[in-house]
Design a protein around this ligand. Structure first.
Ligand SMILES: Nc1ncnc2c1ncn2[C@@H]1O[C@H](COP(=O)(O)OP(=O)(O)O)[C@@H](O)[C@H]1O
Ligand SMILES: [Mg+2]
Length: 247
């Protein structure tokens, strides 16, 4: 049975008088992969930040696992983030730390594991993203695609129920981008992780989404499958798909 795991209800957010969210309503089901489409500056990243309490909406409610994030105190938010993996836009690895320490970081922060357990967990997550024996490398020694994979391994290190990707393929060449998209789908299917992907990349949307939500002028204007989106009669959706709306 489908179960709602994340819900935005009538969410408003403005910055210095600029109204970014004008009543966002969106439900995400357990285990599904939802892509979030929208033009540059439409408030996609802010939406993800609100979801994990890094930003507070001015009005409205956001519930995750049935709990209202907008009312959570810092210690509750830290607990919530243990269950939500993030691969944020431009999310750099810590340059001065090895691959191992980068992935171990959220484990040390959130879980009480022994060093042996941490070593095993790091190796296991690296294997899942298709990398082996690179624990001792420094980020500077890795290609762009490998860095993304390490970022992914870090995002899934705590074995989250939800994972948020903010423009995961931006800046990658098409082949590497495709591999990252495949990996996103694989992790969602293999680990059953509820997935939200913010992207401009329509190919990414097509590959990774069960459903797609489109953010336009502060509201979710449509939610549906790729097929539904590409046959939508709504002009704003047509314009977006055909690239008329600048992304
Ligand atoms: N911390 C902030 N302070 C002021 N304005 C912000 C802040 N974060 C985002 N904004 C503004 O909110 C709007 C939406 O931002 P964002 O969610 O990052 O857009 P995008 O859809 O490209 O991810 C933009 O106009 C941005 O300038
Ligand atoms: Mg953004």
């Amino acid at each position: 049975m489908s179960r709602v795991i994340i819900e935005f209800r009538d969410v408003y957010k403005s910055f210095n008088g600029l109204l970014v969210h004008k009543g966002i309503n969106l439900s995400i089901l357990k285990g599904e992969s939802m892509s979030l489409l929208g033009g540059s500056g439409s408030g996609k990243s802010v939406l993800l930040k609100e979801l994990i309490g890094l930003m507070k909406p001015d009005k409205g409610d956001i519930t995750v696992f049935g709990k209202n994030v907008t009312h959570m105190k810092e210690d509750e938010l830290i607990k919530l983030r243990e269950h939500v993996g993030m691969l944020f836009q431009g999310a750099a690895l810590f340059d001065s730390l090895t691959v191992f320490e980068n992935i171990a970081y959220p484990l040390r922060e959130h879980l009480q594991l022994t060093e042996k357990e941490i070593r095993e967990r790091v190796a296991e997550k690296l294997r899942l993203v298709g990398l082996i024996s690179i624990e001792l490398k420094m980020p500077a020694e890795l290609s762009g695609g490998m860095k993304k994979r390490v970022g992914l391994a870090r995002a899934i290190a705590t074995e989250p129920d939800i994972i948020l990707y903010d423009e995961p393929t931006t800046g990658l060449d098409p082949r590497t981008a495709q591999r990252i998209n495949e990996l996103i789908v694989e992790l969602q299917k293999k680990l059953g992780i509820t997935t939200i992907v913010v992207t401009h990349d329509l190919h990414c949307v097509k590959t990774v989404s069960d459903r797609i939500a489109m953010l336009h002028e502060g509201k979710i204007v449509t939610v549906g499958t790729w097929k539904e989106l590409t046959t939508s009669p709504m002009q704003v959706v047509k314009d977006f798909i055909s690239g008329t709306i600048c992304v």
